[in-house]
Design a protein around this ligand. Structure first.
Ligand code: SAH
Ligand code: SF4
Length: 393
């Protein structure tokens, strides 16, 4: 039986005063059941109380130890005096788009404070098209029955894709598992979303390259699946083609493995190397070889993302070459087309809408499922490749 006796005891806020973020801060958020149990055991407390902390952090969205009233007052005080804090990432600023999308600056208050960006798309991001996910019955009570949260995995990015704004930041640092999963919980909390009752999709397509922060990324996925209760089949991770990461990903158990999207962005190595220098390290063939090792679930497909750059990658000849390339891989696949989202000081242009439609139709005619992803939140710099901690909008 959980001990709820603490609930009726008034909490003394003075006892909760903790040192501000700094090297001594010990964040609880991000720890899984086993890690919390060992923290408790070390302090001579019963390990089953880990479940109460899990419930408080990951389901009740409590952000202050003093408010975990299922824990006895003494234990709350003790944790605080030992330097423990929940230290969950918190939304510091929100920018609202005319289309309902919201972009957030999220403060990560751990030992190395940072600000990251997270995006909430109440109507989904269209990335689910062709996944069989859009066929679900409409809920009458929720307007965001297929909401999608776009999550960052790093502050900045080291990959240097020529068309991406995040690339210009360079890599500042990796995010921890708690900082990655915490973005999700902060957004669920803001919108009163309850996992289990409401449907939520996650895309790891915010700032950063998840497969260059593999351990933290997968630890976040484990937290999101096991402690928070989101199915990995509702998560998609996008990579620019980091082959060692894809190989590790292929070895993950199916019950913990998100869907995989590859940012292909070009129909051949020549163009891809120009716009994504990482292609000189891992060519298209090498990436495809690694993707082949991922054991897919029934009906699962690999998503190839393809940014349409006006005059560079958006011609019908590129579409035909892309269709041949994808067909040759033999992989069950679909293509998500993304019109390039502009940013300052780029020499690229967005494709004309007709070019994007012709591109999609050419792929479809060649037997390849293809979808145009509607840009979400362009006006607030929330769309793909626009996350650069822009303060305006
Ligand atoms: N680093 C990972 C995930 C984040 S980028 C990756 O590259 O896959 C998410 C997607 O945004 C990628 O498919 C990328 O190609 C695309 N993207 C980057 N900049 C863009 C821009 N300016 N307009 C449209 N899509 C862009
Ligand atoms: Fe990094 Fe992805 Fe942007 Fe490339 S597209 S620079 S991998 S965030």
């Amino acid at each position: 039986m959980p001990d709820n006796s603490g609930q009726l005891v008034p909490f003394d806020p003075a006892a909760a005063r903790h040192p501000g973020p700094g090297p001594s801060a010990r964040p609880l958020f991000g720890l899984d059941a086993a890690a919390l149990a060992s923290v408790l055991e070390r302090e001579g407390e019963p390990s089953w109380r880990a479940n109460q902390i899990i419930e408080a952090l990951y389901h009740q969205y409590i952000t202050d130890i003093s408010s975990i009233t299922t824990l006895p007052l003494d234990l709350r005080r003790k944790l605080v005096s030992l330097g423990w804090q929940i230290a969950r990432p918190e939304i510091a600023r929100a920018f609202q788009s005319a289309d309902g999308t919201e972009r957030y600056l999220v403060n990560c208050p751990g030992p190395r404070p940072e600000t990251v960006e997270t995006v909430w798309m109440p109507q989904g991001d269209d990335g689910e098209a062709g996944d069989g996910m859009e066929e679900e019955p409409a809920s009458e009570t929720k307007s965001w029955r297929r909401s999608t949260i776009c999550v960052s995995s790093q502050v900045g990015c080291a990959v240097n894709c020529q068309f991406c704004l995040t690339a210009r930041l360079g890599l500042e640092r990796n995010l921890t598992a708690g900082e990655i999963a915490g973005q999700v919980v902060a957004v669920l909390d803001r919108h009163g979303v309850r996992v289990g009752r409401d449907r939520v999709n996650l895309v790891f397509m915010g700032m950063g390259e998840p497969f260059l922060n593999y351990d933290n990324f997968m630890a976040a996925v484990r937290l999101l699946v096991r402690e928070i209760g989101i199915s990995p089949q509702r998560m998609t991770v996008s990579t620019s083609g980091i082959v060692p990461g894809i190989e590790r990903f292929a070895a993950e158990p199916a019950d913990l493995r998100p869907r995989l999207a590859i940012s292909l962005n070009a129909p051949n190595d020549e163009i891809r190397s120009q716009i994504m220098p990482i292609n000189r390290k891992w060519s298209i063939a090498t990436v495809v070889e690694a993707v082949r090792r991922v054991p897919l679930r029934p009906r699962e497909r690999i998503t190839f993302e393809y940014v349409l750059l006006g005059g560079v990658t958006d011609g019908p000849e590129h579409a035909r070459e892309l269709a041949r390339l994808v067909r040759r891989t033999g992989l069950p696949a679909k293509v998500n087309l993304i019109s390039w989202n502009p940013g300052p000081d780029f020499h690229y242009s967005s494709p004309k809408p007709e070019a994007a439609e012709l591109f999609r139709d050419t792929l479809v005619a060649a037997g390849l499922p293809a979808y145009i992803r509607q840009p979400r939140g362009r006006d607030i710099f929330a769309a793909c490749g626009q996350l650069k901690r822009t303060m305006e909008a």
